[in-house]
Design a binder for this molecule. Structure first.
Ligand code: AMP
Length: 280
């Protein structure tokens, strides 16, 4: 596995002709969710192709006072994780090289980014799109893999690639969960024992919503109330948002349709977790 720490070194070795390069962008603190993305990247790259993982805690997508400073950075564990996963290239640039002191160019999505995470975290998707555009330019992948756990991020990256003509195929990967249903996340390690015990309530609430919809309930208000009641059974959970949206345009729905997504963000103490589920 090649470890590349500078932009210049990552730009230099252009993959030769027929080889496919597939990128998995991450912020590190790698877990089973990332492992699944790497597995899909290998599937897409083929045995002869290249799987590249980027590890970059992107300051641009954190709010001032957010967890940028304390975000976990277990470098040697991540190296070993990537080696064991059969990664060919690990790209780990420094923030000061990625962003010049007078950096002033951004990629801004202006429709999908206004709801859900975008509403709670202004500027977040501008940071995400900008760094992913840079990674696409630097590493020139043929394809890139993103998790459905960050459903809105995946939708926005697809939109960016479509609207700005990036020649990169975007591959979505389903959410990997712990056995109790909690979505794997680098932030789970912040949870206290009591918070960790209660955190699976998010997935239980989304499943309850899906059952209700499967039994014919169409009112978004009724479905959201049922989900909210499940979350209320966990005293350590504080809902940031709980919304039913159309999975295409991410706009809120009053009536559940054929392609509806329920999405939640909730705090457990200082830790903010997200999850989502398609209702049909
Ligand atoms: P992160 O390192 O949290 O920025 O995530 C990097 C990529 O891994 C993103 O495309 C995420 O959607 C994806 N990811 C994170 N957690 C999971 C999970 N539990 N299952 C599947 N993909 C995930």
């Amino acid at each position: 596995m090649k470890i590349l720490q500078t932009v210049a070194s990552a730009i230099a070795p252009v993959p030769d002709g027929g080889q496919r390069r597939v990128l998995v962008p991450t912020m590190g603190a790698l877990h089973r969710g990332h492992r699944e993305l790497i597995r899909r990247a290998r599937e897409a790259a083929g045995k002869e192709g290249e799987v590249a993982v980027s590890i970059f805690v992107n300051p641009l997508q954190f709010a001032p006072g957010g967890d940028y400073e304390k975000y976990p950075r277990p470098e040697s564990d991540d190296d070993e994780f990537c080696r064991n996963a059969g990664v060919d290239i690990l790209f780990r640039p420094a923030a000061k090289e990625m962003y010049a002191h007078d950096f002033s160019m951004f990629v801004d999505e202006n429709s999908l980014a206004h709801t859900l995470e975008g509403k709670s975290r202004p500027g977040h998707f501008r940071g995400v799109c900008t760094v992913v555009a840079k990674l696409f330019h630097i590493l020139a992948p043929d394809a890139a893999v993103f998790g459905e756990k960050d459903f809105q991020q995946l939708a926005i990256i697809r939109r960016m690639v479509r609207d700005l003509n990036f020649p990169v195929e975007i591959i979505g990967a389903p959410t990997v969960r712990e056995t109790d249903g909690l979505a794997c996340s680098s932030r789970n390690r912040y949870l206290s024992a009591a918070e960790r015990e209660q955190a699976p309530v998010l997935q239980r609430a989304l499943q309850a919503a899906r059952r209700l919809a499967a039994n014919g309930e169409r009112s978004a208000a009724a479905i959201l109330e049922a989900a909210r009641n499940v979350i209320a059974s966990a005293p350590l959970a504080r809902i940031d948002y709980l919304e039913l949206v159309d999975a295409e345009n991410l706009q809120p729905l009053a009536v559940v349709g054929p392609n509806s997504l329920i999405a939640v963000a909730a705090f457990f103490g200082q830790t903010r977790l997200i999850d989502n589920l398609l209702l049909s």
